[in-house]
Design a protein around this ligand. Structure first.
Ligand code: TYD
Length: 132
């Protein structure tokens, strides 16, 4: 079965509320870019691509969603929820997010700055180029 790389996020809880922390040293890459996906309409899907180079760490900071991972050989659907755990999405990993809760905020920390040339947006092309 496709192995999922989970990373735990530290959090501090006290009577004032909760604080979660991600430091560069806890990730297998240096963070160059941060983006988040939110206000996704019911039934909408996001992603549906792979990257040639970019590595990403993704987690729900609020709500929940599903992420389908596909390395060209095996597929695995993972439930993400706001429980201070996220997953690493490596290059050549086709991914596809769905079932966003209304309140979902999906945070993504990426190893590269945005470059459309880093995207494999065609599944056929992905199937031809994937590396295992
Ligand atoms: P898109 O890749 O379609 O989003 P998803 O991750 O859900 O597949 O990105 C939506 C738009 O935002 C598209 O025009 C590209 C742009 N974009 C940036 O300009 N910078 C970024 O870092 C990202 C992730 C997207």
């Amino acid at each position: 079965m496709l192995e999922v790389q989970w990373v735990d996020v530290k959090n501090k809880i006290d009577e004032r509320g909760k604080l979660s922390i991600i430091q560069n040293a806890e990730l297998p890459f240096e963070i160059k870019r941060i983006f988040w996906i939110y206000d996704v309409e019911r039934g909408m899907k996001r992603g549906n691509h792979a990257h040639y180079n970019s590595r990403q760490f993704t987690l729900c900071v609020r709500g929940s969603c599903k992420i389908l991972l596909d390395n060209g050989k095996e597929k695995r659907e993972v439930n993400l929820k706001a429980d201070n755990k996220g997953i690493i999405v490596e290059p050549y990993m086709w991914h596809h997010m769905s079932d966003f809760s209304e309140d979902c905020i999906l945070l993504v920390l990426a190893s590269n700055e945005y470059d459309e040339r880093d995207y494999i947006r065609s599944y056929d092309e992905f199937k031809q180029t994937y590396k295992l």
